[in-house]
Design a protein around this ligand. Structure first.
Ligand code: GLY
Length: 597
């Protein structure tokens, strides 16, 4: 077991009262010391003025442009056609939840690499009247799953957690979207699904992004039934051609007429089980019939006077972001963006929050998650004391067990009334397990790889995780998805954000929030700014190529950090309230868009 970190936990438990008292005294002191100037935007006293960002000379995205502006309502996501569907539904009188559900179903048609019916996700909701909610529609392990099902006779992982039928968890997406609509939607479900049905039955024009994405995953898709849809003549549909998906249209019509019943108990369920039988998968009719999405209390936290509403376990996203931000708040004043001091603080806070994430988090129905400790200001203050000002600490000295994933999609929605929805959904890998449900027209996930297949062995994202996230029948695998809503110090909606990118979701989402709050960046700059990533193991800082100055790199190396290049760190989609309305944008690292009116 970790030495420094365990000691911190023990010391924290013993001195909780003292720590709480200290929090009352020093918390406000830090707040005063750390809060930047509070000059406001003229005309809206609740929106602090933005400060132009300066990025390193070699950085690939410019600062200073403006995101898409919409005075009333907006959707931002990885796929423009699906964002258009969300905006259209709001124009027809739907609210933000109707739009999120419509966008989710449209993504399953127009963005098959991550949009899905065969995966799962999370939705964080804040209604304009102040109600908040969090929906967990993560996949579950089939009843026949066992802890060591991916460990071969030689003791090594057999690879079946990432491709083929054994990789799939019981899908939660359809149940989740239908449930979100049942509780909060205002339009009939048939109208919410109508645009996705048209896109599937009448088709849409294949763009370069889809063509390239399919081509790059031929090996994954080509071994299963999706080959006939996506590689009809051995190649993906040509750019500019129309992709029609009649099987998927039929499935969507069944969902429009029966809600989630047919998918989990009827003919679609039969098709899923038949596909499993053909390929040695584990999901049965009983697994599908038992699947339930779960409404959870959203995680509420604060950072320098702002409020965060985020996703509790079974995702690690909200917990890890909360712990990281609390550590940074306790660590001290904010150094300049891009400085070695700032990157050291960010990386060290992230390293420590990931140590806790990888060893202590799992499905709360199966393991005791120390949520109130991990998200408390007092605990963060104790952890912050373990960060030195001028040198890195080895993860092995801080903790014992570790790691987590990537090809997901996030979208953010705000409607004309100010209701906000942040949704992240995934198949895990691009096109999930590659397995395509014949007759029903959709891919199944390979989410089982997000479990700890073997403690100490990295999963596809290099995450080394602990026993809290081991496989058990009916259990939800730990996720990094981090749909988050931020309120300003007056309690007004400020930011709706989240990302795709496995564990890097946590880094991108937290850094966008920090860029907006600490560095007062505009949405465009906050999304474009270079990012860093530290997931505790490997014990190193990933930095986006060209994203840090050479002198900063030299200083970080001198401090004892190992720094390596990453082409991109996650891809986010965010909306920010601005004077007169909202700005929204997809990540400049991606090819989606924001659509509003
Ligand atoms: N499959 C990636 C995640 O849930 O974090």
């Amino acid at each position: 077991m970790d030495r420094i970190h365990a000691r911190t936990l023990r010391r924290f438990a013993l001195k909780k009262k003292l720590v709480l008292a200290t929090a009352i005294v020093t918390g406000s002191a830090w707040l005063l010391a750390a809060t930047p100037s509070t000059r406001q935007v003229a005309g809206d006293p609740a929106i602090p003025k933005r400060v132009p960002a300066v990025f390193p000379a070699g950085w690939r995205f410019p600062a200073g442009a403006r995101a898409t502006f919409a005075p009333h309502a907006i959707v931002a996501g990885d796929n423009r056609l699906a964002a258009q569907v969300g905006a259209q539904v709001m124009k027809q009188g739907g609210n933000a939840v109707d739009a999120a559900v419509a966008t989710g179903f449209a993504l399953a048609v127009t963005f098959p690499e991550a949009g899905n019916l065969g995966g799962g996700g999370y939705m964080v909701i804040r209604m304009a009247d102040g109600r908040t909610d969090a929906l967990d529609y993560r996949e579950t392990a089939p009843l026949a799953a066992t802890r060591d099902m991916y460990v071969g006779a030689n003791g090594k992982l057999n690879g079946e957690s990432t491709i083929g039928s054994k990789a799939s968890g019981v899908p939660g997406a359809v149940a989740g979207l239908i449930e979100a609509h049942r509780k909060y939607g205002v339009l009939p479900i048939s109208r919410v699904l109508a645009p996705a049905i048209s896109l599937a039955s009448e088709g849409f024009i294949v763009d370069t992004t889809l063509n390239r994405s399919l081509a790059s995953e031929k090996y994954r898709i080509g071994g299963f039934a999706g080959k006939s849809v996506f590689f009809p003549n051995g190649a993906p549909p040509a750019i500019g051609s129309r992709l029609v998906q009649p099987q998927l249209a039929r499935t969507l019509r069944l969902i429009a007429s029966s809600g989630s019943r047919d998918f989990y108990r009827g003919t679609i369920a039969d098709s899923i089980v038949a596909e499993m039988r053909r390929n040695g998968g584990l999901i049965t009719k009983e697994d599908l019939a038992r699947y339930q999405p779960i409404w959870r209390q959203p995680l509420r936290s604060s950072y320098r006077g702002y409020s965060l509403i985020s996703m509790p376990p079974s995702s690690s996203g909200g917990t890890t972001i909360t712990e990281m931000l609390n550590i940074l708040e306790a660590y001290g004043p904010i150094s300049a963006f891009g400085s070695a001091e700032r990157i050291h603080a960010l990386a060290s806070a992230s390293q420590r929050a990931f140590i806790d994430r990888n060893s202590k988090l799992g499905d709360p129905a199966f393991v005791r998650v120390p949520l109130s400790t991990l998200t408390s200001k007092g605990y963060a203050r104790a952890v912050a004391k373990t960060i030195s000002r001028d040198h890195a600490d080895a993860t092995t000295q801080l903790a014992s067990e570790l790691r987590e994933g990537n090809e997901t999609t996030h979208y953010s929605v705000v409607d004309g009334a100010g209701n906000a929805v942040a949704t992240t959904t995934t198949l895990n890998d691009l096109y999930g397990s590659g397995v395509f449900v014949s007759g029903a027209g959709f891919f199944l996930n390979d989410e089982m790889d997000d479990f700890t297949s073997r403690p100490g062995t990295p999963n596809m994202y290099g995450l080394i995780q602990g026993a809290a996230n081991s496989i058990a029948p009916g259990k939800r695998m730990l996720s990094a998805m981090s749909p988050t809503i931020v309120l300003d110090p007056r309690g007004n909606l400020l930011l709706v954000t989240g990302a795709r990118g496995g564990p890097r979701i946590i880094s991108a989402t937290s850094q966008i929030i920090l860029n907006v709050i600490d560095h007062r960046m505009s949405l465009f700059d906050a999304m474009s700014a270079p990012r860093i990533h530290h997931q505790s193991l490997p014990d190193s800082i990933g930095v986006e190529t060209g994203g840090i100055e050479r002198s900063v790199l030299a200083r970080l190396t001198q401090m004892g950090h190992y720094v390596y290049d990453l082409r991109g760190i996650a891809s986010a989609a965010s909306i920010m309230r601005v004077k007169g309305g909202y700005e929204g944008m997809d990540d400049p690292r991606s090819h989606g868009g924001a659509v509003g009116f």
